[in-house]
Design a protein around this ligand. Structure first.
Ligand SMILES: O=C(O)CCC(=O)c1ccccc1C(=O)O
Ligand SMILES: [Mg+2]
Length: 403
């Protein structure tokens, strides 16, 4: 006969998920090589348990490599209906394994638009938002920062303490839109890396604009350029020649080349551009087309720009960043001009990665309204603080919509 001394059934830890749609106008239009946007739309995801709440931002931006808004909404709805009533840890496991499950399921593949890439998820922005809300909640329950929570599951051990302060770049928009007054503001705010979009206006106008800006820069300040895949190989090579006299003032150049289905040919051009340039060339949106997970040993450039909403979550981005850094690559985390909920989480991820480079997380000024307070930036440094979770708190009006 067996004696049951005590049966302790732990209370099921089922978080309650809610999703609220939002629309945030931009202060001025955001221009890049392919699009002009006047607002950012998305969903704020909340995971609540025992009076604590975690938040995740889902603001798809297909031109940056996420799914469409429709696909993201369907995924959020489907998740809340099906997985949304599982325990917290189980939902996090499900999200980590979602890529494998989705590839194995013909039913899912039929009614979900599957992106023509081999990314970890067909709905990376929705998955990232769900994962972020759950991880944020879990961190708050354990009274640890989200960056500490992330490192608990990370593939590589990172010695603590983690940085609570991160260098970030100013996001100044298109070079031909950048007035000296905007430059002055960024300089007096203490930024030492200023990011500008190129490949938007005629080449000679952009070169003239860059020269004029460089003449106004103090010695320690450098420009980070982003062409968002605007140029042919010949145009990119010519651009680098024209930028040569300014090369000491340039910190890096993102995505110079227009996509080419022949990856070997594309990489040969990128390798030649990287050899020609005195600064780092970076891959950003094209990373999604390289198969999953990308291999780093023979990457033709020196730097990767990573966005968790494109890569399907904080954990997958952290794993990718650690692998890239181990292979000697530079890593930068950037925002998709997302709400404060997204920025706080991406900044926690950037802290966990421990890259010394400026991250592209100073974008909250582009929004004319926000879902909560964004992290403070002083002297070009973003302050994370030591509060449990991501640090995000919704505004009272946003909070009341969850009732
Ligand atoms: O990096 C920054 O500072 C701002 C973020 C940014 O440029 C961006 C924002 C939305 C979509 C794509 C990009 C990009 O880096 O290409
Ligand atoms: Mg970019």
């Amino acid at each position: 006969m067996t004696t049951v001394v005590a049966t302790v059934v732990a209370p099921p830890q089922f978080p309650r998920l809610s999703v609220i749609a939002y629309r945030l106008p931009l202060r001025r239009p955001w221009r890049s090589a392919h699009v002009l946007r006047r607002e950012r739309c998305g969903w704020l995801v909340r995971a609540e348990l025992d009076g604590l709440a975690g938040y995740g931002d889902c603001a798809p931006l297909p031109e940056a490599g996420t799914e469409t808004a429709e696909a993201a909404r369907d995924r959020l709805e489907e998740w809340c209906r099906q997985a949304g009533s599982s325990p917290l840890a189980e939902q996090l496991d499900l999200l980590a394994g979602a890529a494998r499950l989705r590839r194995g399921s013909a039913a899912v593949a039929e009614d979900q638009p599957v992106r023509p890439t081999a990314l970890s998820s067909a709905t990376p922005a929705a998955d990232a938002a769900l994962e972020t809300a759950l991880l944020d909640l879990d961190a708050r329950r354990q009274r640890i920062t989200l960056r500490a929570r992330l490192l608990r599951d990370a593939p590589l051990f990172v010695p603590i303490p983690l940085p609570a302060v991160l260098p970030v770049n100013a996001a100044l928009g298109a070079v031909t839109d950048c007035r000296p007054s905007a430059l002055d503001m960024a300089l007096s705010a203490g930024y030492s890396v200023l990011k500008l979009k190129v490949g938007v206006a005629p080449r000679d106008d952009e070169i003239r604009g860059l020269q004029a800006l460089c003449d106004l820069l103090p010695p320690a300040v450098r420009l980070r350029l982003d062409a968002n895949q605007a140029w042919s190989p010949a145009e990119a090579q010519q651009l680098l020649e024209l930028l040569e006299p300014l090369s000491e003032r340039i910190e890096s150049l993102e995505e110079p080349l227009r996509p080419d289905p022949e990856l070997t040919r594309h990489d040969a051009v990128l390798r030649a551009l990287q050899a020609q340039a005195a600064f780092s060339i970076a891959l950003d949106e094209s990373l999604a087309g390289r198969g999953w997970p990308p291999t780093f040993a023979d990457l033709p450039v020196r730097r990767l720009v990573l966005k968790p909403a494109v890569l399907g979550g904080l954990r997958s981005t952290l794993a990718l960043a650690q692998a890239a850094q181990s292979a000697g690559l530079e890593v930068v985390i950037t925002s998709l001009i997302e709400s404060a909920a997204g920025l706080w989480a991406s900044a926690q991820l950037a802290a966990a990665i421990g890259s010394p480079l400026a991250h592209g997380l100073a974008t909250s000024d582009w929004l004319a309204a926000d879902l909560g307070g964004a992290p403070t930036i002083e002297h070009g440094q973003l302050w994370l603080g030591e509060t449990a979770g991501s640090g995000f708190t919704p505004t009272p009006s946003m909070h009341s919509r969850f009732a």
